[in-house]
Design a protein around this ligand. Structure first.
Ligand code: DX5
Ligand code: ZN
Length: 215
């Protein structure tokens, strides 16, 4: 089996001490840092934008995985490319023209991912799978950390895993929401590649918890 990648979600970090938190991530066994950008429209919460992402990527020694929970993501591709993002992951539900967003992301030195909410099926994005570097399955309603894992995500991960094997696609499968020592076993068995974890890893036992998720 391929190695599982861990992407701690900055949303659960101590925002008063971001420099320390980024150092902690850099020194940990985490592979990526997951950055949740929310606009207060696509989701009922506002977080941070490209200025903060730019500052963080200037110190970050890990892959910058930017999860855009914003309407009209095409408007922000250039800014997040300039902010040092590695992955630009937008929501299928946030745009009328998915293909245009993919095309825009591909103009930059960025990897492209699509995320789907719990009520969206894998079938909705099937026509785009051959062009993607990542698919992000939301196992909670996007907007807030600390929610309970929805097991319907497991079936979607299995389906994406099968489709990848059958068609030779190259995307990574990532899951986000309610990931902990128990739920990680379910998604690993289904073929997930990247685990996003916020509240579970941003604590005093960060290193032990990352190790638990990786096992
Ligand atoms: C929720 C965000 C998640 C969030 C996960 O909309 O996309 O990345 O930080 O937090 P936990 O791991 O606490 O569910
Ligand atoms: Zn996220």
């Amino acid at each position: 089996m391929e190695k599982i990648l861990i992407a701690p979600s900055l949303l659960a970090a101590d925002f008063m001490n971001l420099e320390t938190e980024i150092k902690r991530i850099n020194e940990s066994q985490a592979d990526w840092l997951h950055l949740d950008v929310m606009d207060g429209e696509f989701v009922p919460n506002i977080t941070f934008g490209y200025d903060l992402v730019d500052s963080i990527t200037s110190q970050l020694e890990k892959v910058a995985d930017v999860h855009l929970m914003v309407n009209n993501p095409i408007k922000f591709v250039e800014q997040f490319a300039n902010a040092g993002s590695d992955y630009f992951v937008f929501h299928y539900e946030a745009t009328d023209n998915v293909q245009a967003v993919i095309d825009e992301v591909k103009k930059y030195d960025l990897k492209v991912g699509i995320s789907i909410k719990p009520d969206t099926s894998v079938d909705a994005i099937i026509e785009y799978l051959d062009q993607l570097q990542l698919v992000l399955i939301m196992s909670v309603e996007p907007g807030f950390g600390g929610q309970k894992f929805n097991p319907e995500a497991v079936e979607k991960i299995s389906k994406l895993n099968d489709l990848r094997a059958e068609n030779g696609y190259n995307y990574l499968i990532e899951v986000d929401g309610g990931i902990n020592a128990e739920t990680c076993e379910l998604v690993k068995a289904a073929g997930v590649d990247v685990l996003v974890a916020g509240s579970y890893v941003f604590c005093d036992e960060m290193n032990e918890r990352i190790e638990t998720l990786k096992k």
